[in-house]
Design a binder for this molecule. Structure first.
Ligand code: BG6
Length: 462
C-alpha cells in the first residue's frame, strides 16, 4: 500500500491514561483518599458540572472489556499509572493486597493481549495523608514516594519493562501553588519552586532504586509536558522573554532529567530573586547520577511569549510571568473548548531540540490529543464522527514523521486518550477518547477516530 507517512518498524502505538482519571472505585477495597477525593468532598462546585473522581470511567471494574477493546483497535502499548493511595493507603505502610491484585490483573491482561504496559508512578494524585504533612514541599514525602516506587518495581518489575517516575511534574507545582487548578490551591512561588525541585529529587531517587534492582530489560524514564516557546518577534527583548519562559517551564525539568543538572541561567535567575529552593549537595549528586533512560513527551500546545508591556505589581504574588507576557499570535489556530492553540509543527521542534541538545535520547510522544465539548453533536449512525480528531492526529503525525526521517530517536505515539475520561477540574467537559463513554451507563462506543486509529496501527502509517 502507498502511504504518505510510514513509521519505523516496531513503533509504539497506543494511548495514555492515568489511574485517578479512569479507575473510579475511589473508596473501594481499602483505597485511601487522595487530594482529588478530598477536594471534591469539600468544594464540589470547583468541578465541571459537579462531577467528582469517585466513578470516572469505571476501569477498576471493566478493565478486561476495555483491554479487549484496546486489542480490537490494534494497540501494541498502553500507559496508565498506579494509584499510590490505592496501593499503599495513607502513602506509607503496608501494601493493600487487593490493589496489588488489581494491578497484577491489569498488567497480566495487557500482556496476554499483546499490549506492552508502560507504567507511571505518579499522575497528580497525592495521598491525602502525605499532603497533610506538606505534599511535595516535604522531604518526608519524597522518602515515602521512593519506598512506594521500590514497592512497585518489586511487585510488578518482572513483567513491566517500561516505567516512568512522574507524569508532568510541572503541573502539580503550577496548578497547586501558582494558578489555582490543583489542590492545595495556594499561591506561593517559593513553595512552587520547592515542590518542583523535590519532585526532581524524588524522580532521581526512584531511578536509583530501580537501578539497584537490576530489572532485566527494564527502562525508566519520565513524562514531561513540553511546550516549545516562541518569541513574538526577533526583537532582543522578546527573545529574552521567551528564553526565560523556556527556562522556567521546559528546561527546569528537562535538563535535570536528561542531563542531570539545572541550567546555570535558571540558578542565577532564582538566586537573584531569592527564590532558590532548600537543597543540598547530596541531592544534586543524586540528580546528576540518576538520569533517565528514555523520555516521554506530552505535547498539546506551544507557548508564545513577548517582553512585558508593564512593570509587574511589586505587591502582587511573585509569578513566572514576572519576566514575560504570554503572546496571542494573530491568526493562531485554536481548540476553543480547551482554550489551547493547535500548532502541529511544535512536535517537530521539540524532537529536533531533543536530538540536537539532549543527545538524541530515546523518546516517544507520550500524550497528544484534542478535547472537544459536547461531542454528541457529531453523533451519526449511533457513533461519533470526529473527523476533527483524525485530522488533528494526522497533522501531528506528519511532523513527527519528518522529525524521525531527520534522525530523531522517537519510538512511538500515544494518544490522549483511549476512552473518554475524567479531566480533573474539567471532569467530563472535554472528551478526548477514541472510544466514547456514556457516564450514566458506562457504555463504550468506538468513535470514527477509533476505527481510523485501528487502520493507522495496522498499516503502521497512513
Ligand atoms: C495532560 C495530563 O496534561 O493533559 C492529563 O497528563 C490531562 O492528565 C491531559 O487529562 C488533558 O488535559 P485536560 O486538562 O484537558 O484534562
Amino acid at each position: 500500500m502507498d502511504l504518505q507517512c510510514k513509521f519505523p518498524k516496531d513503533f509504539w502505538w497506543g494511548a495514555a491514561a492515568s489511574a485517578p482519571q479512569t479507575e473510579g472505585a475511589a473508596d473501594l477495597d481499602r483505597k485511601g483518599k487522595n487530594i482529588w477525593d478530598y477536594w471534591y468532598e469539600n468544594e464540589p462546585n470547583r468541578f465541571f458540572n459537579n462531577v467528582g473522581p469517585s466513578v470516572t470511567s469505571n476501569f477498576y471494574h471493566t478493565y478486561k472489556e476495555d483491554i479487549q477493546l484496546m486489542k480490537a483497535l490494534n494497540f501494541n502499548s498502553y500507559r496508565t499509572s498506579i494509584s499510590w493511595s490505592r496501593l499503599i493507603p495513607g502513602g506509607k505502610g503496608t501494601v493493600n493486597a487487593k490493589a496489588a491484585n488489581f494491578y497484577n490483573n491489569v498488567i497480566n491482561e495487557l500482556i496476554a493481549k499483546g499490549i506492552e504496559p508502560f507504567i507511571n508512578l505518579y499522575h497528580f494524585d497525592m495521598p491525602l495523608e502525605m499532603q497533610a504533612i506538606g505534599g511535595w514541599e516535604s522531604k518526608e514525602v519524597v522518602k515515602a514516594y521512593v519506598n512506594y516506587a521500590r514497592t512497585c518495581f518489586q511487585l510488578f518489575g518482572d513483567r513491566v519493562k517500561r516505567w516512568t517516575t512522574f507524569n508532568e511534574p510541572i503541573v502539580p507545582a503550577e496548578g497547586g501553588y501558582l494558578y489555582n487548578f490543583h489542590y492545595p490551591d495556594i499561591v506561593d512561588f517559593k513553595k512552587a519552586i520547592q515542590v518542583a525541585y523535590n519532585t526532581m529529587v524524588a524522580s532521581a531517587k526512584a531511578i536509583k532504586e530501580f537501578r539497584k534492582l537490576n530489572i532485566e530489560g527494564g527502562k525508566i524514564g519520565i513524562v514531561l509536558s513540553l511546550s516549545p516557546t516562541y518569541p513574538r518577534s526577533h526583537n532582543p527583548a522578546d527573545i529574552k522573554a521567551a528564553s526565560i519562559a523556556d527556562l522556567m517551564i521546559n528546561r527546569s525539568f528537562l535538563d535535570p532529567s536528561v542531563k542531570g543538572c539545572y541550567p546555570e541561567e535558571l540558578i542565577k535567575l532564582l538566586k537573584e530573586y531569592n527564590h532558590l529552593p532548600d537543597y543540598n549537595v547530596d541531592e544534586l549528586e543524586e540528580i546528576k547520577n540518576n538520569t533517565i533512560d528514555y523520555l516521554g513527551v506530552n505535547y498539546y500546545q506551544p507557548r508564545r511569549a513577548k517582553a512585558k508591556a508593564c512593570l509587574p505589581n511589586l505587591e502582587a504574588p511573585f509569578m513566572p510571568d514576572y519576566f514575560f507576557d504570554n503572546y496571542e499570535m494573530p491568526g493562531r489556530k485554536m481548540n476553543p473548548y480547551r482554550g489551547w492553540e493547535i500548532y502541529e509543527k511544535g512536535i517537530y521542534d521539540i524532537m529536533i531540540n531533543i536530538k540536537e541538545n539532549y543527545d538524541n535520547i530515546e523518546s516517544f510522544v507520550s500524550e497528544n490529543g484534542m478535547g472537544v465539548e459536547n461531542e454528541e453533536r457529531f453523533l451519526k449512525d449511533d457513533f461519533i464522527q470526529d473527523d476533527y480528531r483524525i485530522k488533528f492526529i494526522k497533522d501531528h503525525l506528519r511532523w513527527l514523521n519528518k522529525a524521525i526521517e531527520e534522525g530523531c530517536n522517537a519510538k512511538g505515539y500515544h494518544l490522549w486518550t483511549f476512552m473518554d475520561n475524567w479531566s480533573w477540574l474539567n471532569a467530563y467537559k472535554n472528551r478526548y477518547g477514541l472510544v466514547s463513554v456514556d457516564i450514566e451507563t458506562q457504555k463504550r462506543t468506538i468513535k470514527k477516530s477509533g476505527y481510523w486509529y485501528k487502520e493507522l496501527i495496522k498499516n503502521n502509517g497512513f
